[in-house]
Ligand binder design. Sequence first.
Ligand code: MN
Length: 362
Amino acid sequence: MSGTSIKRLHVEPLNSALEEPFVIAIGAIHQIENVLIAIELENGVVGYGEASPLPPINGENQATVQATLHACETYLLGKDVGAYRTVAAEMKATFSVQATARCAIEMAMLDAFTKNMGLPLFRYFGGAGNQIETDFTIGLGSTVRAGEAAKELAARGYRVIKTKVGHGLAEDIERMVAIRDGAPACRLTIDANQGFTAKEALEFLEALERHGIRPVLFEQPVARHDLVGMKFVRDRTNVPIAADETVFTAADAIRVVRAECADIINVKIMKSGLVEALDIVTIARAAGLRLMIGCMLESRLGMSASAHLAAGLGCFDYIDLDPHGDPDAEAFTGGPDFLEPIYHLRDDSPGLGMLRKPKSAG
Ligand code: MN
């Protein structure tokens, strides 16, 4: 290709306040601290990528992501975005565990590559559909607040509500009942973020059953490396089990298939990068597993990449791409239109379709 090699690279922190702390079983997040990378090609096209490190999940943070991106600057300069797979493979060979940083680079390269072709990213991924419907997550927190939130979400059009569990059996059950009562028509999914032992997970499902609640999926009931425990749970319930923290790589997906420990794999581009996400999807589909797409705390920019991937591939049964930030505080506009609870992918803007807002003073 001509003019499509990387001429300049720009890295900066992308911070925004969370309205309320996002609490999961293994940690609380108070502020979104992401990283933006912009790459400019010889022909002037600019591609944007975002890294959203979630330290308790992937061990990266804003400082390590920025260091990784700066460390590979010399390597990236002069690379052709038309060979993004080669770059992704070489980056993985060196920065094997820095998946979030690598994801930002792949995102920026794919954005620039498809912009250069005049093609929206979801079309490049296959154009299976142009809209996806997301759930919304209610974090760990007070029962009363969870019930109110569920009612609000149902009124806003959400049909699937996800909630975090794994803090304490009684408290979790109470919160689930409040959510069910607040939004009786919604399907419920639960995510323990590794917070249970296998036996506790089953006790929890039995207790839910006694309250007439049957979740449509149960995400990561046990510790990420406990495939035996996950299979123990899966063998003893009809509720589909989803592997999230257990699967960062395609090799992890193969282990899950072999262990027969999950019904669903939750793909997140911040765990695997965009390129390896495609491999995970292929393995899951070939093995007859279903697919979920999730997110960390991406801004509109990173979320758009996942929306393009999910719409373009069209094979995700569970979409968990609920935005977290205040849209007015976002650094970017454009991308898929989000009319709760549906992302509408647009054909009139190439690449991710994102536009950088002018920086406000102060
Ligand atoms: Mn999860």
